[in-house]
Structure formats: C-alpha cells, structure tokens
Design a protein around this ligand. Structure first.
Ligand SMILES: [Zn+2]
Ligand SMILES: [Zn+2]
Length: 245
C-alpha cells in the first residue's frame, strides 16, 4: 500500500507557518491522504515553554474539533523540537502532553565548510539521539541545504544510526530536500543505504510543508525509492503502514 500520510507539516501554530489547519486538511483529503501529523515548532528563542504550552491547548482543541468534522482522515498531534539535547527538562515536560509524535531536529547551519564544523554538527545529533525522549530524528543532514557534508566521518554516522536503532527511534526521511537545489532527501540516499545495511528499518516520511502546495510533495517518490518499514506515530507508538502491503 502506498504511504498515504504526511508526518511533518507546519501550520499557523508554528512561528513560520502560514496555513490554517482546516485548509491543510482539505488539501490532504484532496490528495487522498489517510493521516496527517501537524508538527509545530518548539524552538526556544522563537517561543517560550509557557507560550508553547498555552498555544498547544488551543491547537489541541482545534485538532479535536476538526477531527470530528473530517472523520475520513486521521489527524495527529506533533511537535518538532529544535535541539532537545539542550533542554532535557523541557523535553521531560513534553512527555506529559497528549502528543502523538515528537521529532527532534537540529536547524543549525555551519560557520564554514570544514570537517570540524561538520563533525560538531553530527556530534550534537548523536547527543540528541543518546538522550532519547523523541520518536524520530528529523531531517538528519539538514545542514546540506547550505553545505556539503560528505567529509562526515563514517564511524560517527554509524554511531548515530546504531544509537537510533538501540533507542528505537525512527529515522525521518524528509522530502523538502527536493525543494532545495534538487537534493534527493534529508538524509541523502547514501546515508539511507548505510542505515539499511546496519539493520535500520523504522522510518517516517514527511514533507516539512509550510505552504499548501508542499503538503505530501515528494513523498510518493521517496516511498517508491526505499524499502523500509514506513510508518507514523500514533499516541507515541510506531504504526507501520508498510505491513498492509
Ligand atoms: Zn519551519
Ligand atoms: Zn525542521
């Protein structure tokens, strides 16, 4: 069965979002989607925890309301937490919210193109994965939107993947790369081959849509290209959509 879900999207509940939830749902239904996860940004510097928690209540109520209105599609509540490794207490607080899904992401860019900078970026990702408390690792090599990361030490990459597998954290395959200088995906196909060779299987697919036309954009291509256990998180549990093949 095709992957009829988008697990990474931002509505007006994110600081950089423009879409209202209902427009997103109508777009998702028109595309034939069965699941949509709204993963609003939690990025300190843009929002405080208090503001996020207040806003979450409003968001959550609206999602519940829309779920009643549109029963043909399953609506899921998510958050994309930037650098959770820096905020263990706040991450702990998130565990108490009625969330379906927590993505851990790093949105930093490099100061310069150097092996040292690339290594620092990935070490932060390793720390995030080691800490746990997240369901998936979002757009792992997002740094590629501006810098070439091919000098990454393979051992460090493998350490991240083995930690992901051990911690039972899914790897997100983010299709927004296709809208960035025609890259394939975040992470790149080369990294996905290594993940697979190491026994990695759980993946989530997301478009990272901030605009209506970006919803589900590029996901069918990725779905066709890779043979993984593709799924999504519902009440923080992985549900495979591949099993229904
Ligand atoms: Zn965003
Ligand atoms: Zn992101």
């Amino acid at each position: 069965m095709a992957y009829l879900a988008d697990t990474h999207m931002h509505s007006i509940y994110s600081y950089d979002g423009q879409m209202c939830l209902e427009d997103m749902i109508k777009r998702g239904i028109s595309l034939g989607l069965l699941y949509m996860t709204f993963t609003e940004h939690l990025e300190f510097g843009q929002i405080t925890l208090k503001q996020f928690l207040n806003r979450f209540q409003v968001y959550s109520d609206e999602v519940d309301c829309l779920q009643e209105k549109y029963p043909s599609i399953t609506l899921l509540k998510g958050v994309e937490f930037t650098n959770p490794e820096k905020y263990p207490k706040e991450l702990e607080r998130l565990q108490k919210l009625p969330l379906d899904y927590i993505i851990g992401s790093n949105h930093e860019t490099l100061k310069e193109q150097s092996e040292k900078e690339v290594s620092t970026y990935y070490k932060k990702i390793l720390t995030m994965v080691k800490q746990g408390g997240i369901d998936s690792l979002g757009h792992m090599d997002y740094v590629r939107r501006k810098f070439d990361d091919s000098c990454i030490e393979v051992d460090l990459l493998k350490e991240i993947f083995s930690c992901l597998i051990r911690q039972d954290i899914a790897l997100e395959i983010n299709s927004s790369a296709q809208r960035r200088k025609g890259l394939d995906s975040f992470p790149s196909s080369e990294k996905l081959v290594i993940y697979k060779e190491m026994g990695g299987s759980k993946v989530t697919l997301g478009s990272d849509a901030h605009r209506l036309q970006e919803i589900y954009d590029g996901i069918p291509v990725i779905d066709e290209r890779y043979d993984f256990q593709k799924g999504l998180y519902l009440k923080r549990n992985f549900v495979s959509l591949s099993d229904k093949d």
